[in-house]
Design a protein around this ligand. Sequence first.
Ligand SMILES: C[S@@+](CC[C@H](N)C(=O)[O-])C[C@H]1O[C@@H](n2cnc3c(N)ncnc32)[C@H](O)[C@@H]1O
Length: 407
Amino acid sequence: MKKIKVVELFAGVGGFRLGLEKANKSVFELVFANQWEPNKKVQHAYNCYVNHFGIENTSNENIEIAKYQIPNSFDLLVGGFPCQDYSVASTGAKGIEGKKGVLWWEISHILENKKPKYVLLENVDRLLLSPSKNRGRDFAIMLMNFYKNGYNVEWQVVNAAEYGMVQRRKRVFIFAYKKSKAIIKKSDFSSSSLTDVLNQYGVINKAFKIKPFLEDTQVSKYDFKEEFKDEIDITQNWINQKFENTGVMINGDIYTLRTKPQNEPKIIKTLGSILENNVGDNYLLTSEQKLKAEYVKGAKKILRYKPNGEEYYYAEGKMSLVDDVNKPGRTMLTSESTINRSSHFIAVGKDKIRFITPIEAERLNGFDDNWTNTGMPEKMRYFCMGNALVVDIVKAIGKNIIEFNEK
Ligand SMILES: C[S@@+](CC[C@H](N)C(=O)[O-])C[C@H]1O[C@@H](n2cnc3c(N)ncnc32)[C@H](O)[C@@H]1O
């Protein structure tokens, strides 16, 4: 099999590399990896990465500098580019215009200068809708940027648990490849023919098969290369258009439709199945922490003020205090292990509850036990897992990239 030379950006603790190595370690050859946590003296994620993969071909600098160290010739660019500006958790989300969002242009710089054959990116699904005041504009800019650089694109929002993995983590995977390698060429798609084509040929969907959300779900087609000149034109003139959870861009024509998984997973992997036995008392919540947990997970109305001073009530519904161990885990965020609505709590006996352990956090993403046990504080272990991805998704896509590359 032909080797595939990989550059990994925003590498974190190496979820992409691990997934690709699990797909086939002798095919994927990492030629450059970059990871740098802004404003942090100790670079825990980078140290963890180096601990597992060695220091060779790695860089611990801001991508703005590191991009100039990337080798000229490689095949596949991967990265989970920072998503703070798009995520629901962040306030004042500014999308591509935001400080972190600007990192897109670092990727763009590499596409333009190095022209890798393939690109595989991961992000929060809200990226497709960002910014909130002008739905879809940021993703449209990215698609235009891919188009201008000569790529076709497929994207799919994958909820790992819907495909038999242990976390209900919904992330958009974006695969781009040089237009000259186009496999999907058809230009008039009904919803079922588009899903059929993607299930058969799509590098993502071959692994994560889909069907139209409803029988009569329609494909939307955007002739956006006719409508918009370039990224700036989109920035200035885009008005709310929706990108659905599934889509492709073929020679600048965009087809998008709402889909769901083709089948229920054969086996549902539960949170209970990945829990450790004999967890130490240090993971139990104190009675004070438990009270706070009950409050944050409870129903409430909070008085807040708009920037113009106007009052409004922010309302939240009641959540179960403890997680259902008979279901897959919920999405893990970087705040895991703090008293937070998003944190997992496990019932212990009748009236005690505990945090999940760092190993359980690793298992939720499919990392090997103790992957992040490389000298960083426990809080950081959870943080790194909240930032990372479900490794088996990358493994499955990686296998399809190999097949695609062999053609
Ligand atoms: C969403 S996380 C990706 C995590 C990764 N996929 C993993 O498996 O761990 C984004 C990463 O980008 C890094 N990062 C943020 N700004 C950066 C910059 N300017 N240059 C390089 N890396 C940066 C963060 O430290 C973080 O680890």
